[in-house]
Write a protein that binds this ligand. Structure first.
Ligand code: PXL
Length: 294
């Protein structure tokens, strides 16, 4: 069984970060070690949340793990609460990451804005962590903060996205998976495409660019970026290609939102990903079997 470690906060209520990464990656048949970066009463979209910083626990955890000789097939970083934690992630990569796939989700912004508590300086430092990664998974807002360029929320074309992918790869990661792309027109036929949202990826070693579009749900929910990166990580560990891994991740997010909207009394702070597990496990088992013989 593959073993990964994921480093993110624990938001006690409001399904995101570790409370989604741990159940999802485990259910995908991958041992999931964790380092909690902070404990919050809720994620930061609620008012009045508590925040206990766990930065000082990270080095002792790593020292113990070194003594035990633990190794990880992947290291996946998510929401980090301080500049110092970014430094610690560089150190984690150096000490444990020689043979691990390093995935950085530069979780810090969405819809053109940084999450509460983050600054452009933090984004600059996050760009430094992206340089050490094999794969980065920004959304369009995070991409603009990482590159320190104005956020363009709509009206862009394929050439703009390809330029973004290449600039992001120039930060240093081998592969870039860019989320939340919506074109006003189909880029091949120039006919309007309403209701589609997607992902573009770029491999800086092969120059390959890939696209994947799926249905855009009418409502957006917190935590779906973390669910996406978690499924992608789990699928990669189960032997799926990057393209198949992020397509499955996108489909699982859509399925989770559908399950959520099916409840008349649903809340908007997290999605019902638990009810979408049967689809994930079915698809994963099939794709993992296919990948074995490819
Ligand atoms: O889902 C991203 C995320 C993770 N962790 C915390 C957050 C957020 C988004 O708002 O507040 C604490």
């Amino acid at each position: 069984m593959k073993r990964i470690v994921t480093i993110q906060d624990v938001s006690c209520v409001g399904k995101c970060s570790l409370t989604v990464a741990l159940p999802i990656i485990s259910a995908m048949g991958v041992e999931t070690a964790i380092i909690p970066t902070a404990v919050l009463s809720t994620h930061t979209m609620f008012q009045g949340f508590t925040f206990r910083d766990l930065t000082s626990d990270i080095n002792p955890i790593m020292e113990h793990w070194k003594k035990e000789g633990f190794t990880f097939d992947a290291i996946y970083t998510g929401y980090l609460g301080s500049f110092e934690q970014i430094d610690l992630m560089h150190s984690l990569f150096e000490q444990f990451g020689k043979r691990s796939l390093k995935i950085v989700d530069p979780c810090m912004a969405d819809n053109g804005k940084l999450y509460p508590g983050f600054t452009p300086q933090f984004a600059k430092k996050m760009a430094g962590l992206c340089a050490d990664a094999d794969i980065i998974v920004p959304n369009l807002t995070e991409a603009s903060f990482l590159l320190d360029i104005p956020y363009v929320g709509s009206g862009y074309d394929e050439a703009y996205i390809i330029d973004l992918l290449k600039k992001l790869a120039a930060l240093g990661a081998r592969e870039v998976v860019l989320k939340g792309i919506e074109f006003a027109t189909d880029q091949k036929t120039l006919i309007g495409v309403k209701g589609k949202i997607g992902i573009a990826s770029y491999n800086s070693e092969t120059g390959k660019i890939s696209w994947y579009f799926h249905r855009k749900m009418r409502q957006s929910f917190h935590g779906t970026g973390d669910i996406f990166a978690s499924v992608m990580t789990g699928a990669l560990m189960r032997g799926l290609s990057l393209e198949k891994s992020y397509s499955l991740a996108g489909e699982f997010v859509v399925e989770s939102i559908k399950k959520t909207l099916a409840h008349v009394d649903h809340n908007n702070y997290g999605v019902d990903f638990e009810s979408a597990f049967p689809m994930l496990i079915r698809r994963l088992s099939r794709e993992a079997l296919v990948s074995k013989y490819e």
